[in-house]
Ligand binder design. Sequence first.
Ligand SMILES: Cc1cc2nc3c(=O)[nH]c(=O)nc-3n(C[C@H](O)[C@H](O)[C@H](O)COP(=O)(O)OP(=O)(O)OC[C@H]3O[C@@H](n4cnc5c(N)ncnc54)[C@H](O)[C@@H]3O)c2cc1C
Length: 415
Amino acid sequence: MNSATLPTLILGGGFTGLFTALHLSHQHYKPPTILIDQEWSFIFKPLLYEFLSGEMNLQHLWPRYDYLLHNSGVAFLRDRIQAIDLQQRQVHLASGLHYTYGKLVLALGGVAGYFGVEGAKEQTFPFRTGEDAMALGGHLRDCLQRATQTEDPQQKRTLLTVAILGAGRSGIELAATLADLLPDWYIPLGGQATELRVVVIQRGKEILKGDRDRLRQTAQTALKQRTVPVELLLETEVTAVHPNTVVLKRNDQIEEFSAATIVWTTGTAINPLIATLPIPEANRDKQGRLKVTNTLQLPDFPEVFAGGDCTVMANPLPTTAQVAYQQGAAIAHNLQALSEGRLPVPAQIGLRGTLMKLGLNDSVAELFDRYEVKGNLGHLIRQAAYIDLLPTPARNFKVTAEWLSDELFYHIAKV
Ligand SMILES: Cc1cc2nc3c(=O)[nH]c(=O)nc-3n(C[C@H](O)[C@H](O)[C@H](O)COP(=O)(O)OP(=O)(O)OC[C@H]3O[C@@H](n4cnc5c(N)ncnc54)[C@H](O)[C@@H]3O)c2cc1C
C-alpha cells in the first residue's frame, strides 16, 4: 500500500474516538478508516446510573459499534490493542494482527487508579463501563435477596450496606442513585428501606472537591433527602480493603467498616498503552497524559492526533465527555483538512456547565456558570441534554456539536 492509501486508525471508541469516526463519515472522508476497541459496544458513561437503575433503554445507552457504524464507511474492529509503535507507524493487536497507519487517532481514555491501596483492585467494584454496571447491579440484587433469608443480624447489616469510596462526582451520583434505587428493589422482597445503608467515604473534608460551593450544597441537601439518607464519612482515609471490609483511618484511629458492596469511584490513572509510548516527560503532564498542540496533534508526530482523557491541552480542560466529543469532532475536521491539502486549525472547545444526577428523578443542572436548576426540572434538563447527545447511527447522523439546543437554553433562561 502506498502512504496515500494507508488507513487512518482510531484507537479507542469512547467519546473521542466514536465521535471522530461519526464526523469523518459525515464529511465523506476518503482514506480507509478503522475504529478499534476492545468492546463490542459504546457506553454512554454520563448515563451509567440510568443503565444500572433500568431507567433508560439499554440499547440507547450501550449501542453496538457495528450498528452505529453500519454503512458509514468506517470499519469497526473488535480487538485489544497491545502495542503502538510511533516510529514504524504500526499498531499491534491481541489477535496477532498488525496495521501500518497513515494517520492515527489516540483516544484510549484512562483506567481506574487505586493509589496502591491494598486490596482495592481485588475487593471493590469499579464503575466505569457497561460490564461494571451489570456486575454491580447483579451483586446488589444478590445481596438484597440473601439479606431476606439470613437470621444473623450482623450478616444482614453487612449485606444491606453499600460503601462508596470517593466523593467526587461519580461517587456522589452513584450514592444518590442507589439510595433511591435499593429500596425499590428491596421492599418488594419483603424488606424495609430503613434497614439499608449507603455510605460515602472520603479522605478530604468535603464532597465534590474543586466544584462550586453552590453545587456542593445542593448535592449535600439532595443526599439527605433520598429514600435512604446517604451517610458521609469525611476526613476518613481508606488504608486497605479486605473481603466485605474497608479498613479506615479516622482521627488517627484504625477502624474496620463492614459492607458486602464496596465500590471504588475515586482516581483515574493513565492508560498503560499511553504510559509506554516513547514520549518524553516534557511532553506529558504529571499524570503522564500526553500534551497535544491546539490542533490536537502530538508535537513530535504530526500524523498522530489525540484527544479525551489521555491528553492535556496547554490550557487544561476537565476530563469529561463534554470535552472529549468536541475534541473528536475537531480531530475529524483536521483529518479532513489534511486529506484535502489544507492546514489543521485550532480546536474550539466550549464548556457549557455541569449536569449531575442526584437521585431517581432528581438532578442539578449548572448552566454557563449562571443558572442552577434543581430537582425534577433539573432531571428533565439533564435527560434532554444527554438524549440529544446519544450517538445515532452514522446513516442518520445529527450534528451534536451543541450540548444544549438554543431552544432548551431559552426555556432555562426564563426559569
Ligand atoms: C461513571 C462515570 C460518569 C461520568 N459522568 C460524566 C458526566 O456526567 N459528564 C461528562 O462530561 N463526563 C462524564 N464522565 C467522564 C467521561 O465519560 C469521560 O471523560 C469520557 O468518556 C472520556 O472520553 P475518552 O474518549 O477520552 O475515553 P473513553 O470514553 O474512556 O473511551 C476509551 C475507549 O478506549 C477503549 N480502550 C482502552 N484501552 C484499550 C485497548 N488496550 N484496546 C482496545 N480498546 C481500548 C475503551 O474500551 C474505551 O471504549 C463520566 C465517567 C464515568 C466513569
